[in-house]
Unconditional design. Structure first.
Ligand code: ADP
Ligand code: 5GP
Length: 192
């Protein structure tokens, strides 16, 4: 990263269904000067998603071409055949625009970004109250098939062990409380 881009970052990681997207939306509206880092992905777009707002939707070939071109700060095959990655160009866009970046990435990606940005990043781990609650939320969200639900829950069981490696753990029990806690942590970090 070049020296003129001196913004900070907030990383939100959690098992799928823990409430990252919901909490990230809250933080974006909290007047903290944050802008969302739009990831690239090869997974199909959901009906409520917009290309260039929620993700940059690429096919697998386009995604891998960008990998080879060195376009990603980090990237991963988060689920079999489903690639996700943080584009270097997003950081440039956000920091040159005078904002701090916020990432919604999986647990491995979050740890990778923390390693890259060190003290310039606040890594938040959003934890569901339990695996059962996580499963209920994913079912209610209505975005998963039985098979993709199973894969997400298996991955979640492993990811939940990573909480202590983050700067702070926010338990998403009551959503309002969790949003408030995440906001206070971010405010303290960004203003400090
Ligand atoms: P993620 O981005 O981590 O996959 P989402 O933000 O999509 O998770 O949340 C998963 C589902 O759970 C969504 O339908 C969301 O509305 C719901 N949800 C999030 N937080 C809570 C909460 N504290 N209590 C109940 N439902 C919640
Ligand atoms: P979803 O398919 O539910 O949008 O996302 C699945 C998982 O991929 C989530 O945990 C989400 O945070 C993660 N994810 C989204 N973008 C990225 C990214 O750029 N890098 C990594 N490593 N994970 C990402």
């Amino acid at each position: 990263m070049s020296g003129r881009m001196a913004g900070k970052c907030v990383i939100c990681s959690a098992p799928s269904g823990a409430g990252k997207t919901t909490i990230v939306h809250h933080l974006l509206q909290a007047g903290l000067g944050l802008a969302f880092s739009i990831s690239a992905t090869s997974r199909p777009r959901r009906p409520n998603e917009v290309d260039g707002r929620d993700y940059y939707f690429l096919d697998q070939e386009e995604f891998l071409q960008r990998v080879h071109a060195g376009a990603f700060l980090e990237w991963e095959e988060v689920y079999p055949g489903r690639y996700y990655g943080t584009l270097r160009s997003e950081l440039e866009r956000i920091w040159t625009g005078g904002h701090h970046a916020i990432f919604d990435v999986d647990v491995k990606g979050g740890m990778q970004l923390k390693k890259t940005f060190g003290g310039n990043a606040l890594a938040l781990f959003i934890r569901p109250p339990s695996l059962e609650t996580l499963a209920e939320r994913l079912v209610k969200r209505g975005t998963e098939t039985e098979a993709s639900l199973k894969v997400r829950l298996e991955k979640a069981t492993i990811e939940l062990q990573a909480g202590p490696r983050f700067d702070a753990v926010v338990v998403n029990d009551d959503l309002q409380r969790a949003c408030h806690e995440a906001e206070e942590r971010a405010r303290e970090f960004l203003n400090g």
